[in-house]
Design a protein around this ligand. Structure first.
Ligand code: PMP
Length: 416
């Protein structure tokens, strides 16, 4: 073997060779627990109550195929070219109509940025507002993807307790007071007010304005992440916090749950005085969101009965949620509690104090079922006696089977 080749191989074999080049913030970049379990959860025979994927089988795939073909045939050069950083005006206008259906009246396309899913908007928010050591407040528990994103910016994520009606205003006020007394700079409250991921809990209507008022008084911006808001099982969606507070709330929406995550499109509705910086930061990351998928989503919103599709999705998710709640009541041992969501994808299960759900995951995998251990959803490294179950992507029969497989594992953990 030539000497240079030997040196090259030796170098390639040293995985730590470039470690000194990593930025300080790269040390905070972690794989999410949901992604960890994702690979396991597609094994044949396994029931996955882990991933919060939407149900896509009832999408009109043949029609969408024809629509995609038409887009390429008629607007191919535009669809495959770079587009504007704010996203296409056509889609931004339609986004305003979607938000109107959710209770946000009067939004205009100029206040909307199309993003690569809500995930990229969270990243931009942290980038635009936070310096290392700044604080972002969030619910306990909260979305693991947001935690990973915020922590990558060396932000200190501080949690605020929830009860069955969501974030507790008094706790929010107390936490802010404590942090301010320590001289900390609090920039954002990140909240998932409707059907929180992972807990399924919804911030009660009468608390929403209270929470915004507390943040306003303390010069904290609200980052309202609402991908599940339209997936309320019964009745109208609760009015988003943004509706009556256009200057204090950045509102994040997503097509991932109301259409399909593969288009990788969401949006941010940004207060006018913050818009320019926010959208320039979006542009700096992706240049522009995909024109091709923006056209597909625009056509979907224009040519299809998307609200009708949403109605059928809501009843499908309600049926699955009921199957899960029924199975939990039937199978789970005494001492285990869970939330009863009014929409969304998740049920949050609490075991007796002192039980760590993380090691139970391995036993569960051997028994043919997966869930996400609760520790993933808080910034602390403490063990957690909670776990998240998702009902969105599994048939009612499989949900019942999964819960049956999980129950004896919990029973053993409790009796040990
Ligand atoms: N926010 C929450 C609360 C979520 O649950 C998810 C995805 N599971 C996201 C944001 C990311 O969504 P998107 O596909 O729009 O990036």
């Amino acid at each position: 073997m030539a000497a240079e080749t030997e040196v090259a191989l030796e170098r390639a074999a040293d995985p730590t060779r470039h470690d000194v080049l990593f930025s300080r913030r790269a040390a905070n970049i972690k794989q999410s627990a949901v992604r960890d379990v994702f690979d396991i959860s597609i094994r044949p025979g396994l029931v996955s109550l882990a991933g919060g994927s939407p149900y896509l089988k009832s999408l009109p795939l043949d029609d969408l195929g024809r629509t995609a073909q038409k887009i390429i045939a008629e607007r191919g050069l535009e669809a495959l070219q770079y587009g504007g950083g704010q996203g296409m005006e056509e889609l931004r206008g339609l986004v305003c109509e979607v938000m109107a259906a959710e209770g946000i009246e009067g939004a205009v396309p100029d206040d909307v940025v199309i993003t690569t899913g809500s995930q990229s908007a969270q990243d931009v928010a942290a980038k635009v507002f936070c310096d290392p050591g700044d604080v972002i407040l969030c619910e306990d528990p909260t979305y693991v993807g947001a935690l990973n994103t915020f922590e990558a910016y060396e932000v200190d994520v501080v949690t605020v307790a929830m009860d069955e009606n969501g974030l507790i205003p008094d706790e929010l006020e107390r936490t802010i007071g404590e942090l301010q007394a320590q001289g900390r700079s609090i920039k954002l409250l990140y909240t998932i007010p409707s059907f929180n991921n992972p807990s399924g809990i919804t911030l009660a209507a009468d608390r929403r304005q209270q929470v915004v008022d507390i943040c306003r008084r303390n010069d904290i911006l609200v980052l309202e992440d609402n991908p599940y808001g339209m997936l309320r099982f019964d009745g109208e969606p609760l009015k988003p916090m943004r509706a009556d507070n256009p200057d204090d709330v950045i509102y994040l929406g997503s097509f991932s749950k109301i259409f399909a995550p593969g288009v990788r499109l969401g949006w941010a509705l940004v207060p006018k005085h913050l818009y320019r910086r926010f959208y320039l930061a979006c542009e700096a990351v992706v240049l522009c969101p995909s024109p091709l998928t923006q056209m597909l989503v625009s056509a979907y919103l224009t040519d299809y009965d998307w609200q009708g599709h949403l109605r059928s999705m809501r009843s499908l998710y309600r049926e699955r949620c009921e199957a899960m709640l029924g199975a939990l009541a039937e199978e789970f041992p005494e001492g285990v509690h869970w939330t009863t969501p009014d929409g969304g994808f998740f049920v949050w299960v609490t075991l007796p104090e002192g039980i760590d759900t993380y090691p139970l995951l391995y036993t569960a995998i051997d028994a043919g079922v997966v869930f996400i251990p609760g520790a993933a959803f808080t910034p602390s490294d403490e063990p957690s006696n909670k776990l998240r179950l998702a009902f969105s992507a599994v048939t009612p029969e499989d949900i019942v089977e999964g819960v049956r497989r999980l129950a004896p594992i919990l029973r053993t953990a409790i009796s040990e």
